[in-house]
Design a protein around this ligand. Structure first.
Ligand code: ZN
Length: 120
């Protein structure tokens, strides 16, 4: 008989014996929901304890990120002001053209309607 690698252990939270997961032979906590929850809580506490500046750091990062975005979009607008102006001018011209065409068709339609006797 080979040696039994999956020997029983005592859960470090509830103290009940359990058999470690095949894939996690160093498992110290049994698989009960309560113990897994406790384990996550204490992991989080330990992690926060060893990274006390993480959340402050993240906030400062977010702030500078927003600032960078604002500056980037201002920069973009500065660089493209000329282009935007040209674009608007071109569109104005196109819009005028479009309206002329639209009115022409509209008048044609009206004329046809007036020529046709209305059906009751
Ligand atoms: Zn347990």
């Amino acid at each position: 008989m080979g040696k039994n690698e999956r020997a029983e252990r005592k859960c470090s939270i509830c103290g009940k014996p359990f058999i470690p997961n095949k894939y996690r032979p160093n498992q110290e906590v049994c698989s009960s929901l309560e113990c897994q929850y406790q384990r996550q809580l204490s992991n989080m506490k330990a992690w926060r304890g060893s990274n006390p500046n993480y959340f402050k750091y993240k906030e400062s990062q977010d702030g500078s990120w927003k600032q960078a975005c604002r500056e980037r979009s201002l920069d973009w607008r500065r660089k493209h002001r000329e282009y935007l102006q040209l674009y608007r001018e071109a569109n104005k011209e196109r819009h005028r053209e479009y309206m002329r065409e639209y009115m022409r068709k509209y008048r044609q339609r009206k004329r046809k309607e007036q020529q046709k006797p209305e059906e009751a």
